[in-house]
Design a binder for this molecule. Sequence first.
Ligand code: NAG
Ligand code: NAG
Ligand code: NAG
Ligand code: NAG
Ligand code: NAG
Length: 342
Amino acid sequence: MASHRPLIFPLIIICFLTVTFFYLEYNSLEDNSNALTSKKEPILFSSSDANNASQLNSTTFKKVSKQTPKKSTSRPKQYGPIPFREKMECDGYHEKKGISFQQLWNWPPVRVFIGIWTVADRFEIRNLIRTLNFKQKQSLILDKVDFKFILGIPPPDDYTPELKSLLTIENNTYGDLIMLDIEENMNNGKAYFYWKWVAGYTDTQYNYVVKADDDAFVHFQNLALNLRPLPREHLYYGLESPDHFIFGELEVLSVDHARMIASSPYNQTEWNGNEDRFLGYWLMNHANSTLIRIPENCLIFNDPRIKRRFCWRPWASPNSIVIHRLKEIPAWKSVIDLYFPD
Ligand SMILES: *[C@@H]1O[C@H](CO)[C@@H](O)[C@H](O)[C@H]1NC(C)=O
Ligand SMILES: *[C@@H]1O[C@H](CO)[C@@H](O)[C@H](O)[C@H]1NC(C)=O
Ligand SMILES: *[C@@H]1O[C@H](CO)[C@@H](O)[C@H](O)[C@H]1NC(C)=O
Ligand SMILES: *[C@@H]1O[C@H](CO)[C@@H](O)[C@H](O)[C@H]1NC(C)=O
Ligand SMILES: *[C@@H]1O[C@H](CO)[C@@H](O)[C@H](O)[C@H]1NC(C)=O
């Protein structure tokens, strides 16, 4: 026994450190993917682009802002510009295969639908994303990318007549709010109801259907370009976790997968957990033999200004697809300045 000690102790320590490391990383990721429902930060309407719906009545927001804000992470107090270089410090999926960014233009264009998950009271962020995405749509070359905001039904206590009327005004103006037939939640079935809705909505209009979070900047043209060479069926694409599911900030499915989900009955056990992880499980359980999972672990990443070890890149580039963890309006503003300076 004694002779094993010198070996066993360092091993135990290494195991412990590894477990701690992964625990911390996952916690931060999961914490992150829960941000939508758990995050109830004060919403300020000082910004000039706050929409008219938001000015109508502020009672709902005052109530929201009283709730405990999330424990703050290493977010900067002020957001400077995003570090930016011509080339990422890593290679994207296609680059690894010897296909340059320029060559992606040679493949036929794609049609993509993006459902941006949000919750009812986040008027200001929707307004910002909407403005940005209209610009993005107008500058697309050949590809088609559409988007809508995906909500659950607010819990009865929050769903005041005021909130209802604000949503009605917003939707009468923009027509881009989809309220799923399930009470608002992040990880307890919203995914099933979203994929089912999107399968019915898309018909044959789109090749790919996407779920994105409202704290993720999605570069429409770069997403479309990177999808161009990929299979139009059996696809499951995005930033892949070590457990082989695609992280929730951007999940891309070919439409056949959404149809598969839609044609299966709602089994609550299969969807009662982190929506991204459980989508992965669902596909592995129901479509494993045909599943084509393609990881893009370079061009989809977290805000370089928020130091994280995992899913973090030191700078963005003109080829970036997703910048995630944009938790505050100022954080978004500098992304917009970078990619859409006018
Ligand atoms: C909101 O404001 C925009 C421009 O400021 C205007 O075109 C639109 O009609 C307004 N919507 C409502 C519902 O008042
Ligand atoms: C705003 O909400 C308050 C409290 O619910 C209500 O008394 C008031 O009439 C509302 N104002 C408008 C403009 O809707
Ligand atoms: C918003 O408007 C669109 C287009 O008119 C409609 O299809 C959708 O059901 C509306 N959403 C809500 C939540 O009322
Ligand atoms: C629901 O899913 C669970 C876990 O995969 C499975 O054990 C169970 O049989 C399923 N229930 C139905 C009714 O299919
Ligand atoms: C799915 O397929 C992969 C190989 O392609 C295999 O390693 C894995 O165990 C399979 N998973 C399930 C749930 O069948």
